[in-house]
Each structure stands twice: as structure tokens, then as C-alpha cells.
Design a protein around this ligand. Sequence first.
Ligand code: ZN
Ligand code: ZN
Length: 409
Amino acid sequence: MQTLFANALIVDATRSEPQLGNVLVENGLIKDLDAKQSPAEGRHIVDLRGRTLMPGLIDCHVHVVASLMNLAANAQLPDPIALLRSLPIMRGMLERGFTTVRDVGGAPFALAEAIEQGLAEGPRLITCGKALSKTGGHTDFRARNDTHDPYRWEGKVGALGRIADGVDEIRRAARQELRQGARFIKIMANGGVGSPTDPIAWLGYSVDEITAAVQEARDAQTYVSAHVYTAQAIKRAIQCGVHSLEHCNIIDEEAANMAASAGAVAVPTLVIYEALAQDGERLGLSPASIEKIGDVRNSGLGSLEILRRAGVSMAYGTDLLGEAHERQNEEFAIRARVLPPRDIFASATTVAAKLLGMERQVGCIAENYFADILVVEGNPLEDITLLSRPDQTLQLVMKAGRIYHNYLE
Ligand code: ZN
Ligand code: ZN
């Protein structure tokens, strides 16, 4: 089966100018950018008449099993319910143009396999299993007076994380996640909004503990991603060798310069704080969490400027929970207030692909890459905000050669 996108205006972050082409897709891969337009047996021709053809989007910070905004309640969902509730979330991501996502806590590797096998529809999933957190850290969702065992959530589909304290437990937990298919290790290295007993400024893990996680990840040829907000937490994480810095809302210049020289990647997720501030209370976020939103929301746009000035690579992230998932593309418009369109475009394509270690497979329109293709009206390198309105601008979504959404025909 072949698909030929005729008269396409190819746009990606590796080209300085859009390029006219006829893009041939075969067996799930991009085969040719300048194919002959002739009809052939088994060939589906889609005439784009000069519309933009671009790579599928990549979101580097999602939680596909987070179907409730209250993460304690989410962790307690019965497994079949938690799993079934993740299906429309994943389908929605694909409909919005995201063909690959990195799940930074919650999704089991089996869910990624289910998608590859066609048992569920969704973006290609890059998973880490459960995020690791200390007792009282960002995945310890017990209320202050709850003294029950926090390990009881460990195996639950709806739990985003698990508790691991001390070097030995961290090594064991990291090894278990890697054995079960984790492509990287996620740790909670700062306080968080969604957890009740850890103020934002608290550091999540000691130097020894983070270093142990980094060693385990490196031994498995991969890296650690850390949930971090404050400059102090970011600096500690970088010093211990963490590669992927999530959120970074309260970063300072010194921490940003350290990130740049270490070659670390930042994954800001500003849209979640808008969603929590506007809808958190209505959607069941606890009062303890609502109190913490302002601490991170107000410094969000400033953090993007600090990261850009220091030259830190930024990947696209959203971190949305529950009903807020539908705001996944709003991050484009938020970043557009401070960053140039080409940088934002790269954050959701080439920069993200590199962070995933998939820069030879996804993120641009080139031969032998996965045929992850979007057709959009207009040029996002001139107006990136058109990607924030997929209901108006996104006309076709193809993942690995299969069309999931088509408003052209
Ligand atoms: Zn986080
Ligand atoms: Zn997250």
C-alpha cells in the first residue's frame, strides 16, 4: 500500500525554506520526496494543491493515564477503569496532531506495545513506567493524616509514580522499570502542585540518590528526566547528571547557563498551570494543590526567556491532566508570546525527536523516516499559533503510514 501526497509544500525544522514535493509513503515509511505523480496499482493519491505537509508533533511531557485532575483519586481507580479512561486521551492526542508522545510517569510499557499492535489508537508511546519519588515527595499522594502504606499504589495503572527511598531502593526501582521496558528513568526532584505535603521549594532527592538513578539509567544506555522547578533543584539535578529538566518554572540565569553547558534539555509545560488555575477547583484539585499554583504559574513566561538567552534546548511539553487534555495545543500559543516560531516548531519536532533518541526516525520529513505526517492550512514557521487551533487548521493526520484523521477528502 502506497500513499502519494502530490503537490505538497514540505515544511520542517531542517529546511530554511518550504520545498515543493511529491511525498511517497510506503510500508509506514517516507520513501521519496520527489516521486512521479503517476497512478499505480495500490497507490492512494492525495493532491494537496500546495498545502503544508509537516512532521507529526511530539509532546515530551504527558501522562496518558491521568484521566482525573486529582492524582490521589486517579491512583485509586480500579486498573481496568484507569486503562479504559486512557484510551480516549490517547486518541485525542492523535486527533490533535501528536504522533509520538513521551509519557513521564504512569503509562505501563504494555500500553506502548498495545498501540504498536493496533489494539488501541494513539500516538507512539515512549514510556518510563512509574516515576520515582521519596516518601512525602511528588508522587506520595497521601493526605497529611494518612499513615497507610504508600507502596500500596505501586502497581496501580492510575498511579503516576512509586515511592523509593535511599540509594538501594532507587537502584532496585530503576532496574525494575528498565527491565519492564522503561526507555528512560523519571524522578521527582522538587516539590509539586498535585501532591499535598511537599511545598514547591522542597528538594525531592539527595545528591546520592539522584546520582544512583543517573548511574542506573546510563548503565542502561539512557538518561534521567527530573521534575524540577527551582534553581536550587535544577542545579543539583544537573550536577548529578540529569539530562531532561521538566518544567523549570523558577529557574535563574546561573542554573540555565549550567543546563546549557551540560547539554541538558528543558521541557517547559506552561499550559498545565493555566488549566489548573482556571479549572482546577471545578475539576477536583485539592485545596492544598490550588494554593501552590501561583508559585509556579507567575514565573512561567520569564523562565522561557531565561532559557532562551542561555541557549538551552527546549522540547515541547504540556503535563495535562483529566479534562484539561484538550488544551494540549495551547502551549504553542503561550510560547509564541516570547519565543520565535521556528524555535517552537523545532521544540515539537527535531528537538523532541533528539530527546527521545529518535532523531533518525521522527521529527522531520526525510526518506526512511516514519511516515508521521500532518497536513495543515498555512505555514507554521510564519505563524506558529495555527498549530494551537487544530480544529481549524489540521486537515490530515498520518502515523506510520496510516491515516487517522482526514478532512481533505
Ligand atoms: Zn512534574
Ligand atoms: Zn508531569
